[in-house]
Design a protein around this ligand. Structure first.
Ligand code: PMT
Length: 402
């Protein structure tokens, strides 16, 4: 049975931590709560004890039977989650301070750590807090929220702790994935390529990069060495990922072909332009005196096809298919012509799906004809589900080679 250590610090949102504990317990997870001394002023330990069925730890010294409580909890945890995480706790974590049971446990644990900050908007925006959060993210700590809204101090702004279900989802993602991709090298492509025809204009598409970035982030969290070849996006690069920025389909091809021979898995989530302008004008094309502008386009290299032709033994190649209706038919015909191990087909005309959206819904089609239709879900969850399937394939690839 999985064990989650839930740290509760003295934010008004501490009452919501009871719901975090309850939801985790309802999933069959053992929850052990550590409260800071000050958090006890906001919620009573007996509430957590009743919800989790476990004693609540507060002090390094209150259990004579376990003088190394921080070490035993640090070892027991499959995930440590701190909700709410105050500005003070984040500062302590960022600087490695350990002066109570929660901060010593956080320093001693090797388990993944999730923090859900909650504080006044000015405290959250303060450069010191932002710097501390940046450091924590760099160390691979997952930061969930905070959200915008009404704050306990009466102000409105960023600083509200995320809803318990969102925090629980982040914990579950860690528990589900563990470090299943440890030792694997993966390449993910993301974003929409831009094909310029003069210094200021290009032919592009609507891809935001969110799907590819989610795939890269989840793979990195699960222990893979991740290379992310991305066309321009407005997204923050995921932590611990080697980000290679490109603009055009040709540049993406070059980078993908350079890296692919070393990779165990290649996932082509990018929306690569199928056509590029035949000519590039070094000067901005003038509109004066031209009622029409005709741009002739030529086909771009088919990166996925080239990958398949050069695939090395045991390598897993995943393609995406952006379709408009008739998903099943089109996905089946695509996988017949391109022998990928997995084709992730998404209907980009479905509301709340595909390009730019935070959510997606897909039909997964495997090489052996098996299919799996997913619900509409956050792109990060779809990424986790895709990696679950890839990890299964890697497992059987490893088994068959041994
Ligand atoms: O970035 P988001 O806003 O989050 O949106 C996500 C997404 C809709 C872009 C993503 O889910 C998606 O569907 N990506 C693939 C888009 C696409 O180009 O589909 P396609 O059916 O045109 O191409 C099929 C496959 O061939 C894709 O894996 C594509 O990366 C690849 N391809 C396409 C053209 C080309 N010249 N070379 C390629 O390798």
């Amino acid at each position: 049975m999985s064990c989650v250590v839930l740290g509760v610090t003295a934010g008004i949102a501490a009452y919501k931590a009871v719901e975090v504990a309850r939801q985790l317990v309802s999933k069959g997870i053992t929850v052990k709560v550590i409260m800071t001394e000050k958090a006890r002023h906001l919620v009573g330990p007996s509430t957590f004890r009743a919800v989790t069925g476990n004693p609540v730890a507060v002090s390094l010294f209150d259990d004579p039977g376990s003088p190394m409580k921080h070490i035993s909890l640090a070892r027991e945890a499959d995930v440590v989650v701190v909700a709410p995480a105050t500005a003070n706790l984040l500062a302590k974590m960022a600087h490695g301070l350990a002066d109570d049971l929660l901060s010593t446990t956080l320093l001693a644990t090797r388990a993944p750590v999730v923090v859900a900050p909650a504080m006044n908007a000015a405290m959250y925006r303060h450069p010191a807090t932002q710097e501390n959060l940046r450091k924590l993210r760099e160390r691979g700590i997952m930061v969930v929220g905070p959200e915008e809204g009404f704050l306990a101090c009466g102000e409105e702004g960023e600083g509200r702790m995320s809803e318990p279900s969102r925090i629980v989802d982040a914990v579950l993602a860690f528990l589900r994935g563990g470090r299943q991709l440890e030792g694997k090298r993966v390449l993910v492509t993301a974003g929409g390529t831009r094909e310029p025809f003069d210094p200021v204009r290009y032919v592009g598409n609507r891809s935001s990069g969110k799907m590819g970035f989610a795939l890269a982030e989840v793979a990195s969290r699960r222990g893979a060495e991740v290379h992310l070849v991305s066309a321009p996006t407005a997204l923050e690069p995921p932590q611990g990922v080697d980000l290679i920025k490109v603009e055009t389909a040709e540049q993406m091809r070059e980078e993908v072909m350079r890296l692919a021979p070393e990779m165990d898995v290649v996932v082509m989530a990018a929306a690569v332009a199928d056509y590029t302008p035949e000519r590039f004008s070094v000067e901005k094309i003038k509109k004066e005196g031209q009622e029409e502008l005709v741009i002739r386009l030529r086909r771009t290299p088919d990166i996925l096809q080239e990958l398949l032709e050069r695939r090395r033994g045991g390598q897993i190649i995943v393609g995406f298919a952006a379709e408009t209706g008739d998903l099943k038919e089109k996905a089946l015909s695509k996988i017949r012509s391109k022998k990928v191990d997995l084709l992730v087909a998404n209907d980009v005309t479905r509301p709340g799906c595909g390009f730019g959206s935070d959510h997606n819904q897909a039909l997964l089609v495997f090489r052996d004809g098996r299919m799996r239709e997913t619900d509409l879900m956050p792109k990060e969850d779809l990424a986790a589900l895709i990696w679950d399937e890839i990890a299964r394939m890697l497992g059987s690839a490893d088994d068959s080679s041994s």
